[in-house]
Design a protein around this ligand. Sequence first.
Ligand code: SF4
Length: 689
Amino acid sequence: AAMRKSRIQRTKTVCTYCGVGCSFEVWSKDRQILKIEPQLEAPVNGISTCVKGKFGWDFINSEERLTKPLLRQGDKFVEATWEEALSFITGKMKAIKNEYGPDAIGYIASSKCSNEENYLFQKLARAVMGTNNIDNCSRYCQSPATAGLMRTVGVGADSGTIVDIASSELVIVIGANPAESHPVLATRVKRAHKLHGQKLMVIDLRKHELAERADLFLRPRPGTDLIWLNAVTKYIIDQGWEDKSFLSERVNGYEMFVQSLESYTLDYAAEMTGFTKDELVQIATMIYEAKSVCALWAMGVTQHMGATDTSTAISNLLLVTGNYGRPGTGSYPLRGHNNVQGACDFGSMPSWFPGYEAVQDEQVRARYEQAWGVTLPEKPGLNNHQMIEAIHKGKLKAMYLFGEDMALVDSNLNHVDSALGSLELFIVQDVFFSKTAQFADVVLPASPSLEKDGTFTNTERRIQRFHKVFEPLGESKPDWMIFQEIANRLGANWNYTHPSEIMAEAASLAPLFAGVSYERLEGWNSLLWPVAPNGTSTHLLFTEQFGFPDGKARLFPVDWTPPFEADKEFDLHLNNGRLLEHFHEGNMTYKSKGLSHKVPSEWLEVSPELAEERGIESGASVRLTSPYGNVEVRVEVTDRVKGNELYLTMNTSSVQSAVNRLTSSYHDKVTHTPAYKEMGVRMDVLTKT
Ligand code: SF4
């Protein structure tokens, strides 16, 4: 028994699924996971996890794992050695760069991979290949929130910690479904609401679990959030309820901002949003009466044509009411993937170096040029939306993508597919042969988090260490090792032997991470950026300064952008989002036996009214058609949705039924995030039950 026990390992890891960032111990023996055991010391979750963190790990031993590089031969892929694959890749990359220039290659980074890997990938793109054409999937989700916060408070991240949300008197949740998308965070809100008298306001199209529990739940017309936000802000100012001393001491631009709200009367807002005037007053009163208010939002806000402006309006409302810089206040855009925050933080973006320093800033560039011994490109690169358009225009010839399933998660997939299919070189690096890999010329086998060391940064800016539990399966390798081999074949001379050295380099260059080191991240220790050189974390932002040179926040006037209006033929509005058991496109969770057994496929929610009108019941099969494509899907009749509102779970088991067969190329004006939530569809009944 002693021998058997000695072979059991306990290793700390951080969840690979959502942005909450739960950490726990993995009990393992050989290549088997015996159990996942959360510990009280875990800074975010203590002894909680959700079903994905607890049971969603057996994908690592899936027979579908990639274990060898694959090279395309005609319509087929054949196994290759690493030597063959890497010399093919680097030969082609050099040739394309020589013929078309460095900007003919695009780089798509991964919000599932580590900070160190994202740092190294942007270094490969910038320093080795000479382009800023690098982006990550935050473009599909939270870029508008980042941009809205950059405009108003100067830092595009959560203001405080998840624990701090629980101390708020009023939590406002807009266009987000935390109980399924950020379960352990939602548990904290549920507990504070139930036990500590916290008030909860939910504004959403759909009556999800937190909406059921809310003190006030309202359903606006799709795409009208900015209108009620501006109207409520105006009403608060008209009543003299604004925080006068906060505004005069800490905020710029008040006069102009007040003028910009002139047309946002209660009458106008009621007419446009569908709320009554009383309901609008009730929102304003709840905010005024609470001593601390924080706002949580996600894709229901950010996946619209006016998404950055709506995010800005949320932040404006918090500024006017003095709800920044104190415990229980502030903005919480809820990050989706485990490391979407970190991928952005560590420079996988077309206009930012690590730590959000602009590529156009000469002084910053000089710092990196000196450290890396190269000349760096000055012009911001293409984002992932622009890359697809550039492929269609013949300007982008090659793409290197890792840990991202673009051919499933980007909008208007038929348009994306034809772009990816026309590349001269497409390198895909993943744990599985993803939907995107089918378009690749070469597929490289990568190792998931349990097979490597590194750090992730969760939604609250918390950097946490995860440790290797198993050796990489087959010939798969950690992503950072693959980047190093490719960089060196392209003429670099990198000698990283461990991710800690990559982090040390990033910390020496980016002031935001000055005090980050692996020594300070040992055990259950974590760091919240900005991290001072002496290792001090920042739990709550804006206590003294906002993120602008003069330390003051800026009210930023914004106007409503009407959502894209579908033709009359597409008479129903289709919303979409996550469900608890699966994560995002389902690339990993559908390969986890327990999870896919529990929830084998996606479904469409239809309101009882609409079901009656169309004569269908739960279990019916329907075809949804938009101007861009169609999907067939199973129906569930539920009062979570109302009237002509449909809801399709976006975690899909099949690329044929992916919601993005239906979505358009319309996007947020500022950040180019697709307007996934603005979709008119027609519903044809195939079977009635
Ligand atoms: Fe993982 Fe998120 Fe669930 Fe925590 S809440 S266990 S981070 S999926």
